[in-house]
Design a protein around this ligand. Structure first.
Ligand SMILES: C[S@@+](CC[C@H](N)C(=O)[O-])C[C@H]1O[C@@H](n2cnc3c(N)ncnc32)[C@H](O)[C@@H]1O
Length: 290
């Protein structure tokens, strides 16, 4: 474990650096768009991330993404970050973007007494407000968030190479009775160019399931409230999409899953998160690693 250096950058972003397994890590605490503006062009091999889902959680930090009043405002905030990711990704790099969808309820009721919502610190979620979220969506309709983001990204030069399905094994069944329960999310694999680093061998050797990945969800209640994704999701992306010793970036790093898996695999890691408490959680855990 190397020595942490803590400095506050001109735009207010806090920065820590260190090493684990002789691999360098950088943790930037601040708004993703601000923190990314300090990274060099074409400096990372691979980006793996799960952005805040639309209208799902309140992380309690000013400048957070996810609680916009309209769907188009959410897509715009996220794509501002995606534009920066395009700039910092190497020419042959890949971005793996994990996203889940959201239903429009429009029922207008406060969720203040619901135990899940208490955890998320909600009054009225954007998806509960009447008015169609700026899109005239009918109540009870799924919004199609992942595809709205993906299609906007393709109009901003990203090559959408593979919409991978993450079949979320061992997920708790939903309470809803009038539709099939949801059991998957997307991992969109985006390239910056038509030619890029890609290793097909693990798909064959480890008998991975091509573009439908069955991976057990992380048990809830064992971590801080970031909705962490499983280590295996990150290691699969690294195996196929990041050269050995490469630099891995996660601009919404939460509890630090991407950084930890990248460092343990002998790669360097850069993590960004807006929540100071999540950043301190990551620092404590990095200190535990040799
Ligand atoms: C779905 S969680 C990521 C979970 C992560 N993959 C893990 O395994 O723990 C999304 C994260 O985005 C962060 N976030 C929200 N708005 C942000 C912003 N504007 N800039 C940077 N981070 C942001 C939240 O604090 C949260 O940790």
């Amino acid at each position: 474990m190397g020595i942490n250096v803590n400095e506050t950058l001109a735009n207010g972003v806090q920065k820590w650096t260190g090493t684990v397994n002789q691999k360098a890590w950088t943790l930037l605490c601040g708004n993703a768009a601000d923190a990314l503006s300090g990274l060099e062009d074409e400096s990372v091999n691979c980006i793996i991330t799960s952005p805040p889902y639309y209208s799902l959680r309140d992380y309690g930090v000013d400048g957070q993404i996810g609680l916009e009043d309209t769907v188009s405002a959410y897509v715009a905030s996220l794509c501002e970050v995606m534009d920066q990711l395009y700039r910092v990704l190497k020419k042959d790099g890949l971005l793996f973007l994990n996203m889940g969808d959201t239903y429009y309820s429009g029922k207008g009721a406060s969720h203040g007494t619901d135990s899940k919502s208490r955890k998320r610190r909600f009054g009225l979620r954007p998806v509960d407000k009447s008015g169609g979220l700026g899109e005239n969506i009918e109540r009870k309709s799924i919004i199609g968030i992942p595809w709205r983001v993906a299609i906007e990204m393709t109009s901003r030069r990203w090559v959408l190479r593979s919409p991978i399905i993450w079949r979320r094994d061992k997920t708790l069944p939903e309470a809803v009775q009038d539709r099939p329960h949801r059991s998957y999310e997307y991992i969109f694999m985006f390239a910056k160019n038509r030619k890029y680093y890609f290793n097909r061998a693990p798909l064959l050797e480890q008998q991975m399931d091509e573009d439908v990945w069955t991976i057990t969800v992380r048990p809830s209640g064992t971590e801080i409230e970031t909705a962490p994704y499983p280590d295996e999701l990150v290691s699969r992306c690294l195996d196929i999409g990041c050269p050995e010793g490469g630099v891995v970036l996660d601009p919404f790093v939460g509890s630090g899953t991407t950084m930890n898996v990248a460092l343990q695999s002998g790669r360097s890691a850069i993590g960004i998160d807006i929540s100071p408490s999540f950043c301190h959680y990551i620092l404590e855990h990095l200190e535990d690693q040799k």
